[in-house]
Design a protein. Structure first.
Lengths: 509, 259
């Protein structure tokens, strides 16, 4: 809890930066668009329809969609920008809709009076229409503010930091207090912004009042804070700070902490960008927005190299990956860390006893009576397709869920069979038994340290030292560290401490 | 006879639903008030709105002080013609002073000058200066229409147009405002066109009366001439209503005195 709260100003400032700037741009776009829509019979329904469609896209999906969209445009597709663009899109609808409503609800007699006293269309807009529609527009801004604060917590997987980092990391490492910090501060922030918007509205209705002054000062302070954060980030971005990216599971957080410690010992300034989407990490390395990260050979083989055959051997596979990544993406394979985190099919111990299960071939004979659960990714992966066809696995039901809930679901009997990771500390903790891949269908998932081409070029000596970490970590050690976080409630940094010590000792020798 | 302040020649307007105003011509000499009366849908308000091009005529010409109104922009024209609206005339989010001073502001008058003018006008329509900073919604109907009148006069317009200005007021307030209007007419030598349903009002406030029916001008005459020689049964019927009402009221009050 204590450690979580230390980071709160940092994440709050980043959340504020993301939210306030998205809101500013969103409002600046949607008010003029709303005015045009209200006055045009063709454009109005069209724009409202488009905004409505954008709104029906779940916010998490909209954020994820921004990554390939921006990449296709050649813009930075990881980090602040995709989150920012998605939030801008998200904030448009309520303001657009309310602006249109505000304008179309104006009594035509009032507009005639404006013409009657000799106002031009522009003067009518400024003196009559905008002031009359303002309360409605402001209500839209309030809605947009609350939505944007909420949706910004989902920006973590695309690499933008926000209060969502607490929620994603907390869920993954079973740290409820982190999740609560994230949720409560986001809720509080949206209450504050909503209250502020209301204050400003009161002020607009009664200009020059105390409420208006206070609202302006508070809003100015918030934007000042967001602006300073942005400047700070830009400065850091150009100051050679090393960004270590992680995917969304415990092992990744631990390795990132160990790597960060190792680099800091080498005199580098390091920032961890946690909980990135699986492909977002690789895209970031490829684009140079992420400097270092740990990926898995099987994942790269199937998802990046698009191969569905098996490599001839572990070394052959790694060599092929090394040259393909370097040639096609400029990404450097620094070192295989030593352990292999493959997909493993596991069942509750009492199920193995009932059906006398030892291997996946045994499982195939009984799978029609069983329910399998896995993370969102697994059922779409080629490994699953290969397993299913080679062993003839057909289950009564397939359930996708958040990776952090899979083991719990097996342990409580909601599913019988799970797709697990071989290094996962929770396998032992929940008393799950890994079934043997007796036909050797599963490819290897060697943990490999990857570096962006930009980082590799700028830091040859660091890269050399990192290459020395090859083979430094085996499966039992990795599983023990995972267990320390998932079961014993240690923070990833604490769990990573012994590994960091051994790495530093290695470097000293 | 002095030259006409307003000259209307063969004014017409039609919508997809049919002709609303057909070939209307009349003149209003300087310092006169013309009332246009007629039943609903007779085209009187459309005629009025074409005088300052709130509605653009399909055909015909309007001259104000000898100038063809089609030759200036609609906005310039309207800044120089006072207009009093039937209802929601005032801007709800502007104060009384801002409402009254809007046309001078649009004409580019300096703000201290506008402020002095607003004081004069509130005085003229017998409103207390303390109302300056109030919003229209906090005023009574009578006060609102006084503000409307003050606003129409703010830029010292050459002519004033009034669209059923007192129709929504209670009888006592209406009578008081009619007195205000008569006094202003006298003091300012107003040239005005007034649209009303109320024949008594027309007789009370105007120099001459124009009767419209189905978009056409049926008769334009001095009040006494209208009473003496109504052009047709439509005019006669219109005039009969207040007469009948007056007789009825007379009879009621006699009966109550007898009792």
């Amino acid at each position: 809890m204590r450690e979580g709260l230390d980071d709160l100003p940092h994440f709050l400032a980043l959340h504020l930066e993301l939210t306030l700037f998205a809101l500013l741009v969103g409002v600046a776009l949607s008010v003029p668009l709303g005015i045009i829509s209200a006055k045009s019979r063709v454009l109005g329904p069209l724009l409202l329809g488009l905004a409505g469609v954008a709104q029906t896209i779940p916010s998490l999906a909209l954020l994820a969609l921004m990554v390939p969209c921006l990449a296709a445009l050649g813009a930075p597709s990881i980090g602040f920008l995709p989150a920012f663009v998605a939030l801008v899109v998200y904030s448009v609808l309520p303001v657009l809709r309310n602006t249109v409503t505000g304008f179309t609800n104006i009594d035509p007699a009032l507009l005639e009076a404006a013409r009657g006293v000799g106002m031009s269309p522009r003067q009518t807009l400024y003196y009559v229409e905008l002031p009359t529609a303002l309360p409605m527009i402001a209500a839209g801004v309030r809605t947009a503010a609350v939505w944007t604060v909420g949706a910004a917590t989902l920006a973590t997987p695309v690499g933008a930091q926000s209060l969502g980092n607490y929620i994603f990391t907390g869920l993954q490492t079973r740290n409820v207090s982190l999740v609560l910090i994230g949720c409560f501060s986001a809720a509080l922030l949206s209450l504050v912004l909503d209250g502020l918007a209301r204050l400003l509205l009161l002020g607009v209705e009664r200009p020059r009042g105390a409420a208006f002054g206070a609202g302006i000062v508070a809003l100015g302070a918030l934007y000042g804070c967001a602006g300073l954060t942005a400047i700070d980030q830009l400065r850091q971005g150009s100051s050679g700070q090393v960004i270590v990216g992680t995917k969304t599971f415990t092992e990744q957080y631990i390795l990132a902490e160990a790597l960060a410690g190792y680099l800091r010992a080498a005199g580098k300034s390091v920032q961890v960008a946690p909980s990135l989407g699986s492909s977002v990490l690789f895209d970031g390395l490829s684009a140079g927005t992420i400097d270092l990260g740990v990926d898995y050979s099987g994942t790269i083989w199937a998802n990046v190299l698009k191969r569905d055959d098996a490599p001839a051997s572990r070394d052959a596979g790694l060599n092929e990956i090394r040259s393909a990544l370097s040639n096609r993406y400029g990404v450097v394979l620094v070192a295989p860390l030593g352990f292999d985190n493959t997909y493993a099919i596991a069942v509750r111990r009492n199920v193995t006893a009932t059906f006398a299960l030892k291997s996946l071939s045994d499982l195939a004979a009984h799978s029609r009576d069983l329910v399998i659960g896995a993370d969102y990714e697994f059922f779409a992966r080629p490994e699953w397709k290969a397993l299913r066809s080679r062993y003839g696995l057909v289950f009564r039901e397939q359930r996708s869920m958040d990776p952090s809930l899979v083991y719990q679901a097996a342990s409580s009997g909601q599913v019988d069979v799970v797709c697990a990771f071989s290094t996962d500390g929770r396998l032992a903790a929940f008393d799950l038994v890994v079934l043997e891949d007796n036909l050797q269908v599963m490819p290897r998932y060697d943990a490999i340290l990857l570096a962006s081409g930009k980082f590799a070029r700028k830091n040859p000596s660091v890269l050399k030292a990192l290459a020395g970490l090859a083979g430094s970590l085996d499966v039992p050690h990795m599983r023990a560290m995972n267990k320390a976080v998932d079961q014993e409630g240690r923070t990833p940094a604490v769990a990573a401490a012994p590994l960091l010590q051994s790495w530093l000792a290695r470097a000293a020798n | 006879m002095p030259p006409a302040m307003i000259r209307v020649e063969d004014l017409s307007k039609s919508y997809s639903s049919g002709a609303v105003v057909q070939g209307v011509s009349f003149e209003v000499p300087r310092g006169e008030v013309l009332s246009i009366v007629g039943r609903s849908g007779s085209g009187k308000t459309t005629t009025l709105k074409m005088l300052n091009r709130l509605i653009e005529p399909d055909a015909g010409r309007v001259y104000i002080d000898g100038e063809d109104t089609a030759k200036v922009s609609g906005e310039t024209l309207r800044r120089n013609v006072g207009y009093v609206f039937q209802r929601v005339g005032l801007f709800p989010r502007m104060t009384v002073a801002e409402n009254v001073g809007i046309t001078p502001k649009l004409l580019g008058m300096a703000s201290d000058q506008i402020s002095r003018r607003v004081d004069e006008l509130l005085d003229l329509v017998e409103l207390d200066g303390s109302l300056r900073t109030r919003l229209p919604s906090s005023l009574s109907g009578g006060e609102q229409q006084r503000v409307g009148l003050a606003r129409a006069l703010a830029a010292r317009p050459r002519i004033l147009l009034l669209d059923e200005p007192f129709a929504a007021l209670d009888p006592l307030t209406r009578e008081r405002l009619q007195q205000v209007f008569l006094r202003l007419r006298q003091e300012l030598q107003l040239t005005a066109v007034l649209v009303t349903h109320d024949l008594v009002e027309a007789f009370l406030l105007s120099t001459r009366i124009a009767v419209m029916r189905s978009g056409q001008l049926i008769q334009l005459a001095l009040p006494e001439e209208l009473l003496r020689r109504p052009a047709n049964s439509y005019v006669r019927d219109l005039l009969d209503v207040p007469r009948r009402q007056a007789r009825l009221f007379e009879r009621f009050s006699e009966r109550s005195e007898d009792a």
